[in-house]
Ligand binder design. Structure first.
Ligand code: FES
Length: 97
């Protein structure tokens, strides 16, 4: 299992491959803000400061949604649209912009 760190809340949790970061946030009570939960509203956009490679690739839908809120989206993800894809490593997330 990968380790997900919700930096804003000082939460560390082991997350299995295939689990979305939305599920991980909900499970742990992390303070990530969610709206639509289907990739449309961008409320859940968060910075991934470590471990981006451990997450599923951005879909076209996610890319378009993120480009509407920021020009540099290299470290941005929608928490409702990405899942853990590696067994090992650490993913560090913050919703502070
Ligand atoms: S909750 Fe709306 S895009 Fe994630």
């Amino acid at each position: 299992m990968a380790i997900v760190v919700f930096k804003d809340d000082n939460i560390r949790v082991k997350v299995p491959v295939g689990m979305s970061l939305r599920q991980a946030a909900m499970k742990t009570g992390a303070s990530i803000v969610f709206g639509c939960r289907v990739g449309d509203c961008t409320e859940c956009a968060s910075h991934v400061s470590e471990g981006m490679i451990l997450l599923s690739d951005k879909t076209e839908k996610e890319l378009k949604a993120l480009e509407m809120i920021e020009s540099d989206i290299a470290d941005l993800r929608l928490m409702c649209q990405c899942t853990v894809r590696c067994e090992e490593g650490e993913i560090v997330i913050s919703q502070q912009f």
